[in-house]
Design a binder for this molecule. Structure first.
Ligand code: NI
Length: 178
């Protein structure tokens, strides 16, 4: 992270979101050892970037910061920001299939099967540990974002055939964008 000495969490900047197939999305994100002003700034910027996109979740690695920080808001009102630092899944149960998209894979939406219930352990934006039980969209979103921290994208969970189609579609989109 750069410029953290003079940034404060009261100012928020939109960060650029990396898109597939950028290899930076494939990195393993490092645990946060301390909630520094730079991490607070990153969280504020990630929240602003997620709300502006708009999206329901964003992992730090998607804005080129390979640390284990996630922001999520699955509420209708967009006023229930969940910050997860160093999240870990400690229990799962059941299965559900929901349609997923990703801010790093624009325009692609596909059904993905994941655990229906998850229990996680994480630290909040102040570094305090907590546990959370989630189901429904929140459970899927948490699993999707933790995948990002390990360099995985939801499309990796699709069939080879679908992955090939998506690759072609993204190549076409990037040609059109140039
Ligand atoms: Ni994503």
């Amino acid at each position: 992270m750069q410029n953290d000495d003079f940034l404060t969490a009261t100012s928020m900047a939109l960060r650029t979101i990396l898109h597939l197939p950028d290899p930076r999305l494939r990195r393993q994100a490092a645990p946060v050892t301390e909630v520094t002003p730079a991490i607070r700034q990153l969280i504020a910027d990630m929240a602003a970037t997620m709300y502006a996109a708009p999206g329901v979740g964003l992992a730090a690695i998607q804005v080129d910061e390979p640390v284990r920080v996630v922001v999520i808001d699955v509420s209708e009102e967009r006023n229930a920001l969940l910050v997860l630092i160093n999240p870990e899944i400690i229990a799962t149960d059941g299965e559900q299939t929901l349609e997923e998209g990703c801010l790093s894979v624009p325009g692609i939406y596909e059904p993905v099967t994941r655990a229906a219930h998850v229990k996680i352990r994480a630290r909040d934006r102040d570094g305090a540990p907590f546990e959370l039980a989630a189901d429904g969209l929140l459970a899927t979103c948490i699993q999707h974002e933790i995948d990002h921290l390990d360099g995985r994208l939801f499309v990796d969970r699709l069939s080879r055939l679908k992955q090939g189609r998506i690759r072609k579609k993204l190549e076409k989109q990037s040609r059109l964008a140039m």
